[in-house]
Design a protein around this ligand. Structure first.
Ligand code: NAP
Length: 226
């Protein structure tokens, strides 16, 4: 399948590497494709030039990556996601499933980050993306686990849950099939329509705190019913 990544950081690289290994045709999209951009250090990930050499993967502009993808991932910094997706292009995203992995975290005051108020208090990033791109099927998923877990949930023993939200049942089924077939996810908690993104994004302050205190990013949540 042709897959586009909007964003070129650690999450894009982890997802793209795993999907390339499964035989998918993946293009990572960044704002400017230049030697300087491809060579620069990226937080918690490799320069894209090194990633390309190691995986054979392709890097293009955000618009080219969006046009390429039959399914597209939003893996940009959450506060900038809507701008990035506008660069990717409304027409290039029209009618497609967009898997929104981003969280609207603001690190300007250091750790722990806080959720951007305009993208969290009475809304969520997932909802605002769906409003801005009404003809795209936005599915919020994978945003509550670290990128190593996204592509290999088996790093945590036993069942644990992946939250998913979106307005289209068909789009959510497509995303679950992709994540199950390629990464091995088996347990989903469907939070309903895209308003459910509010719930999963609001888990981030808890997730970050558990990581800071526990010192281990290989963590997830399992719902236990009484
Ligand atoms: N790290 C994890 O394990 C993890 C887990 C769950 C969810 N997430 C979420 O996944 C997303 C990606 O995280 P990440 O660490 O891989 O990458 P990141 O550093 O948060 O974001 C990288 C991408 O954002 C783009 N970007 C930044 N500012 C922009 C702007 N003003 N306009 C357009 N694009 C802009 C950059 O484009 P250029 O390449 O052109 O600079 C870059 O490719 C984040 O929202 C994060 O909260 C991360």
């Amino acid at each position: 399948m042709k897959i586009g990544m909007i964003g070129g950081g650690g999450v894009a690289q982890a997802l793209a590497t795993a999907l390339l290994a499964k035989g998918h045709d993946v293009v990572i999209g960044i704002r400017t494709v230049s030697d300087a951009e491809l060579s620069k250090d990226r937080n918690f990930s490799k320069p894209l030039k090194v990633w390309m050499q190691e995986t054979g993967g392709k890097v293009a502009t955000m618009a080219e990556a969006a046009a390429h993808g039959e399914i597209v991932f939003n893996v940009t910094a959450g506060a900038a996601s809507i701008d990035a997706l506008r660069l990717a292009g409304t027409d290039n995203l029209k009618g497609k499933v967009l898997i929104d992995v981003a969280n609207p975290l603001n690190f300007s005051q250091g750790m722990p980050p806080f959720l951007e108020p305009h993208l969290s208090v009475t809304t969520s990033l997932g909802e605002e993306i769906q409003k801005a791109f009404p003809e795209t099927h936005v599915v919020k998923a994978l945003n509550t686990v670290s990128n190593a877990i996204m592509v290999n949930p088996g790093l945590i023993p036993g069942d644990h849950d992946l939250f998913i939200a979106g307005n289209s049942a068909e789009a959510k089924a497509t995303v679950k099939a992709l994540l199950t077939d390629n990464f091995g996810w088996t347990s989903y908690f469907d939070l309903g329509d895209i308003v459910g993104a509010r719930a999963s994004e609001h888990l981030l302050p808890l997730w970050v705190r558990m990581w800071m205190i526990g010192g281990n990013p290989l963590i997830n949540i399992k719902l236990v019913n009484g």
